[in-house]
Design a protein around this ligand. Structure first.
Ligand SMILES: Cc1cc2nc3c(=O)[nH]c(=O)nc-3n(C[C@H](O)[C@H](O)[C@H](O)COP(=O)(O)OP(=O)(O)OC[C@H]3O[C@@H](n4cnc5c(N)ncnc54)[C@H](O)[C@@H]3O)c2cc1C
Length: 461
């Protein structure tokens, strides 16, 4: 059987391990951190994540969909909280029943590692840091951070080993080592490798709302949103009846209004009065004393494949801002698309690797841009009448033409239509809408003109 070496046992690396375990390949995964299943606290990004159709389809392919979805909290609509802290507006995500699922990141990661490890051909090497890729020899350069390393005893062949660095060969190398990928970094000098990285002006801080007498403090099956122009607050329910609450704001706003205890409390009280009451003064103060706002980065690169045997996937290929809830979903879909591409190419690694990159780069760039755009929607547009009107129009058109007129959010979230096609379809919808509006205005104008003409004596001409 062929061998695959995977850099990173995060969400995308662990899911890839499940895919290749299922195919019966020899799988070795090199992860910088300790085994998270043995850790008390896992440092890292968002506590919970919104899982949607693309992610579900990938989990389905490895037999984990039902189990994971049942461990989550379904969310059917956005609940927009007004500034008075008492009134709300509800915006369903799609058709009745369509929903996303709030999932615990750590639990999801642990379940996938355990699932992959059930196969005797899969081995995880924790506390093994991938340093680079030696692209002349097509090897992954790994350093063990806890001695001794167990690498040579299993799976991919270790071409050489000393205490400092281990060179690992494999038929296929998958770089799933996240936004700051060491593999991608070592490819930067390759001619015609395009790369761009943008930090947005916003950062985020995560807080928690505790269960209230073992009950959810808010309605649980909705995505709570407090859009306030250039900053916004969101809350997603967890299975343990808590909510993970995230504030997104420009770093300058954090500095200006949230850098002293007094300031941060009055900022929350003024802008999110209902959330403020449930978060509590003590928790807000403690959190802001303990953590700094975290940055958000958007990364694009092209190609996603190299030397006929290496592929960048997940955040290593396309880290995106979290406002469409698609980073993980897109990364999971990467695993599924690559698996499908391998099958289409009769497991010919070289041609599958090339075909995958050709297919996926455009899609990844599109969802990166859409994620950036969706922030405008979350922080501001959801409150505008033009946005609400467009949403109503899209819903009506979708009822009349269920297959050909699917709203943008639904195409991204509830289908597997390639992201690049999603944007083409949206452009076509915009064109039709603008033709309809122009025609309606022309008809109205002619109507008014005819009315005035038939009453010209009254108007004096
Ligand atoms: C605030 C926030 C909220 C989000 N919400 C959502 C959401 O609701 N829905 C959604 O779909 N996405 C969401 N995302 C995006 C999602 O978190 C990422 O897209 C996803 O984690 C990417 O998975 P990954 O496996 O590619 O990278 P990571 O999860 O970053 O995993 C990379 C792994 O590689 C390991 N690693 C790193 N460097 C090395 C190395 N040199 N050697 C070995 N191992 C290494 C790391 O330890 C880690 O385990 C959110 C992101 C943020 C910041």
């Amino acid at each position: 059987m062929p061998s695959v070496a995977i850099a990173g046992a995060g969400l995308v690396g662990a899911l890839n391990a499940c895919f290749f375990a299922q195919k019966g390949w020899d799988v070795s995964v090199y992860e910088f951190r300790k085994d998270i299943r043995t850790m008390k606290h896992v440092q890292g990004r968002s506590i919970n994540l919104a899982l949607s159709q693309r992610g579900k389809s990938a989990l389905e392919a490895v037999g984990l969909r039902e189990y994971i979805v049942n461990q989550g909290v379904p969310l059917y609509a956005r609940l927009v909280h007004n500034k008075d802290g008492k009134t709300f507006s509800r915006q369903p995500y799609g058709k009745p029943g369509e929903h996303i699922v709030s999932i615990n990141r750590r639990h999801l990661n642990e379940v996938m590692i355990t699932q992959a490890e059930k196969s005797p051909n899969v081995k995880f090497f924790f506390e093994h840091k991938v340093k680079s890729v030696d692209y002349e020899k097509k090897q992954l350069v790994v350093q063990c951070t806890s001695q001794p390393s167990r690498i040579p005893t299993f799976g991919t062949r270790a071409a050489s080993q000393d205490h400092a660095e281990i060179h690992v060969e494999a038929d296929l190398i998958l770089a799933c080592d996240g936004a700051y990928s060491a593999v991608r970094r070592s490819l930067m000098t390759i001619p015609r490798f395009d790369f761009s990285q943008d930090y947005i002006e916003h950062g985020y801080v995560e807080l928690n709302i505790m269960a209230n007498n073992n009950k959810f403090a808010f309605e649980e099956n909705v995505f709570h949103l407090w859009p306030r122009g250039h900053f916004t607050l969101i809350a997603l329910a967890n299975r343990d009846k808590t909510f993970t609450v995230t504030i997104f704001a420009p770093f300058s706003e954090f500095e200006k209004h949230m850098s002293t205890t007094e300031d941060v409390l009055s900022f929350f009280e003024e802008n999110f009065p209902d959330a403020f009451r449930l978060l509590g003064k003590e928790h807000i103060t403690e959190t802001f004393n303990r953590v700094k706002p975290q940055p958000l980065v958007s990364i694009k690169c092209s190609p996603h494949s190299f030397f006929d045997n290496l592929v960048l996937m997940g955040d290593a290929a396309h880290a995106m801002v979290p406002f469409y809830g698609q980073g993980m979903n897109c990364g999971f879909e990467d695993c599924l698309v690559f698996s499908e591409t391998l099958e289409e190419h009769d497991n010919d690694i070289a041609s599958a690797v090339r075909a995958y990159s050709e297919k996926r780069v455009n899609d990844a760039h599109t969802i990166n841009d859409l994620a950036m755009y969706n922030y405008e929607e979350l922080k501001d547009l959801v409150n505008r009448n033009s946005y609400k009107l467009r949403k109503k129009f899209d819903t009506i058109m979708n009822m009349i033409f269920p297959k050909s007129w699917i709203p943008l959010y639904s195409m991204v979230t509830f289908t597997r239509i390639p992201y690049s096609e999603v944007i083409e379809r949206r452009k076509r919808q915009d064109k039709i809408l603008s033709t309809l509006l122009t025609t309606a205005s022309a008809v109205a104008f002619i109507g008014v003109f005819m009315g005035m003409f038939s009453n010209r004596a009254k108007f004096g001409f």
